[in-house]
Design a protein around this ligand. Structure first.
Ligand code: M6R
Length: 610
């Protein structure tokens, strides 16, 4: 939600900021703006809509300056108008501020500030920030004023301020919203995520919650919530700039779908090459003793990551014999969850910054649970708050619809279930080695599956105008039905429901008629016959069946209008394969419907507000 980019340099940074914002556009695309300090002037350009409009305005207004900030907005308070676009100014006209998050006490603060003569020009919560900083600047420098502002705020934020009278200085602060410092050569940067910095640097300093940072072209000072300065030690990021480019594809989503076989293989290699002879992957080592006698597992996640968690439940319960619950992170924190003694909470998140997930794990840890995270973004908040971390190697995922993050999460959950089973002596080394060999073969199977992309594209033409879809799956593929429906909803705006196939007869069967495409996952495995029976039930009521099934499955061919062919693999591995045609189906349907695939309406990639 909202992207922030800023730089203190000795060259013109206006274009650099616009380029940084382009990498962050997935975080919000309602409006955008840039402010630069140019000589003694503070210049601000804001536009409603996409970064392209802002980029044109930056050029046409001749915006230049060596200190600057930029913002791309996902609206929370106030409509997506230019008036509500960031940066926001203070009354003196000296300050410009960009903000990501929600200032929950903004009304109280605004009232107080208005009482002191401050005039507001937007409907946003964010506009209180420049006015508060202005108040504190009366007797402090910019860094001090921000340090004094932070304790007055309730809510979540990452914000950055520049001051016309202090060229060359950027001051930022964060609490529960991400902000990363990029270290350059004679110039420094602030951004909402690492991917936005890769064009300029791979050396970053992750800010902790409650920290305030002051940047100049040559210095970085980080002040903790206790007012003490700490050394700003840079870490090297594994990703490179190339990974954030479209690489000849029309959409990031298409590129990211194709990247999955390699990403899954890379994730496997990261963990397995470094595993010991017991197949204890190094990421589990810090909590190995705890895992040996773990009593219960609760998986918390949102969206697609939650679907991965449902697959994880099947794998962990079956292999390691530990009971697993899967909770929506946004629900977990508003119940009174019962956490047993020796309770493991597993958080799954691509970004590692989803606020609901962070809030849930903080709650769980406060209740005494151990926290293991499965995260794609190295250095993200979740990785820094966990007792143990298993990274996925998806690389930067830019498309708002998650694809390669999902399949790499599935791969890590395979390893987690195998590792837990080993630690609890439920599987022999030989059995585990055989399972890992099976995982090594998944890459080739995924590649084979993606070769059918044109076939899926042709199928999409047949169904692109349907207004509703039903997705059915059973067992370990029930979460894949949910994921197929979510993909279709989010990028093509077509109503879709995912259901466990056995539940169809308890209600959704009433929806079936000749106009309803029903996608059934019917690959060989424990519940194959049941899936065939469910297809019979759909067919008997005139539903149009698209089956995800083996290409040579005669029983399926008799029942289905269309087969989305997949290679046959072991049942436990089938989610890694079966999700691919569903991703492709939603991609092609969205394309045929003329949707903005990488930036679907109303959505943001990283949901850092409640
Ligand atoms: O970064 P996270 O994995 O924590 O994000 C969770 C969800 O917001 C995310 O999976 C969302 O549902 C995607 N748009 C799905 O494609």
């Amino acid at each position: 939600m909202c992207g922030i980019f800023g730089s203190a340099a000795r060259r013109d940074v206006a274009d650099l900021i616009v380029r940084g914002l382009r990498h962050l556009e997935y975080r919000g695309y309602d409006s955008a703006g840039v402010a630069v300090v140019d000589g003694g002037d503070l210049k601000v350009v804001r536009r409603e809509g996409r970064i392209d409009r802002l980029a044109e305005a930056v050029v046409s207004t001749g915006l230049h300056g060596s200190t600057g900030i930029g913002h791309t907005r996902w609206a929370t308070h106030g409509e997506s108008t230019e008036r509500n676009a960031h940066p926001h100014r203070d009354g003196s006209g000296n300050l410009a501020v960009i903000h990501n998050g929600i200032i929950e006490n903004h009304e109280v603060l605004r009232e107080r500030l208005v009482g002191r003569g401050h005039a507001f020009s937007s409907e946003t919560d964010s506009e209180v920030l420049p006015h508060l900083i202005e108040e504190h600047l009366k007797d402090q420098d910019l860094l001090g004023a921000v340090c004094s502002t932070v304790p007055e705020l309730i809510g979540t934020f990452a914000f950055v301020v520049i001051d016309r009278t202090r060229p060359g200085v950027l001051v930022g602060a964060r609490r529960d919203s991400p902000l990363v410092v990029g270290i350059g050569d004679g110039e420094n940067y602030l951004a909402s995520d690492v991917a936005a910095l890769l064009e300029v640097t791979r050396d970053v300093v992750y800010l902790e919650n409650g920290e305030v940072v002051e940047l100049t072209p040559d210095s970085v000072r980080v002040i903790g919530p206790d007012g003490r300065e700490r050394p700003a030690v840079a870490e090297r990021v594994e990703w490179d700039a190339e990974a954030t480019a479209k690489g000849g594809y029309r959409h990031f989503m298409a590129k990211e779908i194709d990247e999955q076989p390699a990403a899954v293989a890379k994730t496997l290699k990261r963990h397995v090459d470094a595993a010991d002879e017991r197949f204890l992957v190094p990421g589990l080592a810090p909590i190995a003793d705890f895992l040996r006698s773990v009593q219960r597992v609760t998986i918390v996640a949102c969206g697609t990551s939650w679907h991965a968690g449902l697959v994880g439940k099947f794998l962990i319960e079956e292999r390691a014999g530990v009971p697993v619950e899967v909770d929506y992170a946004s629900e977990f924190r508003y119940r009174d969850p019962i956490l047993a003694d020796r309770h493991l909470v597993v958080a799954i998140s691509q970004s590692g910054e989803t606020l609901d997930t962070l809030a849930a794990v903080r709650d769980a840890r406060a209740r005494g649970a151990k926290l293991l995270s499965i995260v794609n973004v190295q250095g993200s908040s979740l990785t820094r708050e966990s007792d143990a971390v298993l990274l996925t190697d998806a690389g930067p995922e830019i498309g708002v619809a998650s694809t390669k993050a999902f399949t790499t999460q599935l791969l890590v959950l395979q390893l987690l279930s195998l590792g837990l089973a080993r630690l609890r002596d439920r599987r022999s080394v030989e059995e585990t080695r055989a399972a890992v060999d099976g995982l090594r073969r998944v890459r080739a199977k995924m590649e084979e599956c993606l070769e059918a992309r044109d076939e899926v594209a042709r199928a999409a033409e047949r169904y692109a105008r349907a207004s509703d879809f039903l997705f059915l799956g059973r067992g370990v593929n029930y979460p894949i039905a949910l994921e197929g429906a979510l993909k279709l909803k989010e990028i093509s705006y077509v109503h879709a429901e995912g259901y466990p196939a056995g539940e169809m007869k308890h209600g959704p069967i009433a929806l079936i008629d000749r106009s309803l495409p029903v996608v059934v996952i019917a690959t060989p495995g424990r519940v194959y016959e049941k899936a065939i029976s469910n297809m019979q039930e759909v067919k008997a009521r005139g539903g149009r069946i698209l089956a995800v099934a083996a290409a040579d499955d005669a029983a399926v061919a008799k029942l289905a209008e269309t087969v989305l062919p997949v290679p046959v693999v072991d049942d436990s591995l089938s989610p890694l394969i079966n999700v691919l045609p569903l991703q492709l189906l939603s991609y092609w349907i969205a394309d045929l419907r003329g949707c903005d695939i990488d930036k679907p309406r109303n959505l943001a990639k990283s949901v850092t507000v409640e």
